[in-house]
Design a binder for this molecule. Structure first.
Ligand code: NAP
Length: 252
């Protein structure tokens, strides 16, 4: 399929983007013409991902950034501005689910980590980035179907993802009219992150059957939705969440 070139001349930062959904988003935006700034915690992963993108003809800059490290977040923005002079798109994709404990059995340190990485780091990154965001720019958060129906193995993780839905509304208001803020809420996608759910063949089959479309999601599905929201095709959409979950129950 020939892709449109909606991001020609645009600069996009995608966090946690050396594999999985983040990498898929970087690849999609890059193939549509964006210069993409990718990042994750490990230099080796960053280098390998940049190489893969370059092979596809994409202009990619790779920077190590653990999203809860203030210095590394600042460096991510500074290096982007040094190289490209502006930011058009930020996709905030990093998240953890460090425990399958019930909420009331969770250690305080686990609750702190969930808040810190899944919510607070997204806000702090935008704080650093906001002076550089162009008129017509766009922010996309990656939430989850678990934001609507937090299952027990991911209950508190789900609540942090619910918080992103509120953050989307609040920041859409705060950053208007120059910057639009939207969210993608993925269903189940067989990535490293979801291994503990999707690796087991029988669990995977059960999950597939709970969707209306009889399959798990792909990183390309998530990338397509993110690209839409980040692009001018969505220029009258802000403060919204697009559920990309094969029909899994979300909300009316
Ligand atoms: P993934 O395939 O496991 O990829 C995770 C990426 O994040 C890697 O590039 C990893 O690289 C990087 N990373 C991990 N911790 C980081 C941190 N603290 N700071 C910066 N980078 C970090 O995960 P994924 O499934 O694509 O998940 C991406 C997003 O989708 C998350 O927000 C997740 O909640 C959401 N989501 C996923 C699913 C699903 O079924 N997969 C469903 C709903 C929502 P390094 O190891 O080098 O840091």
């Amino acid at each position: 399929m020939a892709l449109m070139k909606r991001f020609q001349g645009k600069v996009a930062i995608i966090t946690a983007s050396t594999q999985g959904i983040g990498f898929g988003i970087a690849e999609r935006l890059g193939l549509e013409g964006a210069s993409v700034v990718i990042s994750s915690r490990k230099q080796k992963n960053v280098d390998e991902a940049v190489e893969k993108l370059k092979v596809r003809g994409i202009d990619a800059l790779g920077i190590v950034c653990h999203v809860s490290n203030a210095q590394q977040r600042k460096n991510l923005i500074d290096k982007t501005i040094e190289r490209y002079g502006k930011i058009d798109v930020i996709v905030s994709n990093a998240a953890v689910n460090p425990s399958v404990d019930n909420i009331l059995d969770s250690q305080e340190s686990v609750l702190d980590k969930l808040w810190e990485i899944n919510v607070k780091a997204s806000i702090l990154l935008l704080k650093d980035a906001s002076p550089h965001l162009e008129k017509g720019s766009s922010v996309v958060f990656i939430s989850s179907i678990a934001a609507y129906q937090p299952q027990s193995s991911m209950a508190m993780y789900g609540v942090t993802k619910t918080a992103l839905l509120g953050l989307t509304k609040a920041l859409a208001n705060e950053m208007a009219p120059d910057t639009r803020v939207n969210t993608v809420a993925p269903g189940f996608v067989p990535t490293h992150f979801a291994d503990y759910i999707t690796k087991d063949a029988s669990v995977r089959k059960r999950l597939e059957e709970t969707t209306l479309l009889n399959r798990l999601g792909t990183t390309e599905d998530m990338a397509a939705a993110t690209a839409f929201l980040a692009s001018d095709d969505a220029s009258y959409i802000t403060g919204e969440t697009l559920v990309v979950a094969g029909g899994l129950p979300s909300r009316l």
